[in-house]
Design a protein around this ligand. Structure first.
Ligand code: RIB
Ligand code: CA
Length: 313
């Protein structure tokens, strides 16, 4: 089967970095048409730089990286240096990028790519706030029906929030954008905290990254050593949750995941629950299903795939 054509929309972030590495290590499954950076974990000048750093770490300096929106549609940007560090990629010492940033805006790249490629052959993979994707949908509503799928990391239901008691970070930063995306009509698959909090980099799993014995393996292990502090402290979890790589792993082996096709709406009115993904998991409303909301993962299978693929780089 031909590799899936994807655009990765991202706010690197250590977990974004691992998701990008996994995609670039899997050419038989994934054809990365481009990487579009958005403001999120850290401001845009850093997320676009980090995206290029990661592509060079993967040995893929020809990857096309575009800078997108530097702030949410209407709200003030909220960042997450408390999780990812000042640079957004704290942990390893990685060289500044040499590869160029593309001079087109990420939103124009998304629109033009979806209009150029055959209908329903391109998958959007948002790993950060949905500002770029929503802006593209606002400027070019016709692209919604041309999408094969949107596979995104964001939201939470049983796990509730990680940035507020009710909301997950990616949705919280730009809830208006999320509302547009979840209402666009394209097939959507969601990797919420409910599943990503089960993809924990325990010490043996991080030791396996380090044991790859390559600069990529070492860098991923050092990213995780840094990134795990927040979740270990907050949740007492056994390691860092690899949120964003769940998106890439789903593209490679969807059978690693399980969930339900349900209705998911986004809270944009209440300050108390702003950005909450109101997931009708139990089907108590007659709201139409608009997303496949994942809850289960074969974590050992996920880490076996990830470690095996990272060793290729
Ligand atoms: O809440 C986790 C999400 O927020 C991940 O995508 C992480 O990279 C941050 O963007
Ligand atoms: Ca992210």
């Amino acid at each position: 089967m031909a590799p899936r054509k994807i655009i990765i929309d991202t706010d690197p972030g250590q977990d974004d970095a691992v998701a990008i590495l996994l995609a670039l290590a899997s050419p038989e499954d994934i054809d990365v048409l481009g990487v579009t950076a958005v403001a999120g974990n850290v401001p845009l000048p850093l997320t676009e730089k980090n995206a290029r750093i990661v592509c060079e770490l993967a040995g893929k300096p020809d990857t096309k990286v575009y800078a997108g929106c530097d702030a949410p549609l209407t709200r003030k940007l909220v960042t997450a240096e408390h999780v990812h560090g000042k640079t957004g990629l704290d942990g390893p010492t990685l060289p500044d990028p040499v590869m160029p940033l593309q001079d087109r805006h990420a939103v124009d790249f998304i629109i033009d790519t979806l209009r150029r490629e055959a209908p329903n052959t391109v998958t959007l993979c948002p790993l950060g706030p949905l500002t770029n994707v929503a802006t593209a949908l606002q400027q070019a509503p016709d692209i919604a029906e041309r999408l094969q799928e949107i596979v995104l990391m964001g939201g939470a239901y049983f796990e509730v929030g990680n940035i507020t008691p009710a909301a997950e970070f990616n949705i919280y930063v730009d809830p208006d954008a999320a509302k547009i995306v979840f209402g666009c009509g394209a097939p959507i698959t969601v990797m919420p905290l409910d599943v990503t909090h089960k993809a924990l980099v325990t010490q043996p799993r991080n030791d396996a990254f380090r044991a790859i014995g390559t600069p990529v393996g070492q860098a991923v292990a050092e990213m995780t050593d840094f990134f795990e502090r927040f979740d270990k402290q907050k949740y007492g979890s056994a390691g860092a949750p690899l949120h964003d790589p769940c998106v890439t792993a789903y593209l490679i082996d969807p059978d690693l995941f399980g969930g339900r096709h349900i209705n998911v709406e986004i809270e944009t009115g209440s300050d108390l629950t702003l950005g909450m993904t109101v997931a009708d998991w139990w089907g108590v409303t007659d709201r139409p299903a608009n997303a496949t909301f994942m809850r289960d993962i074969n974590a050992d299978g996920f880490f076996a795939l990830l470690t095996d693929r990272l060793a290729r780089l």
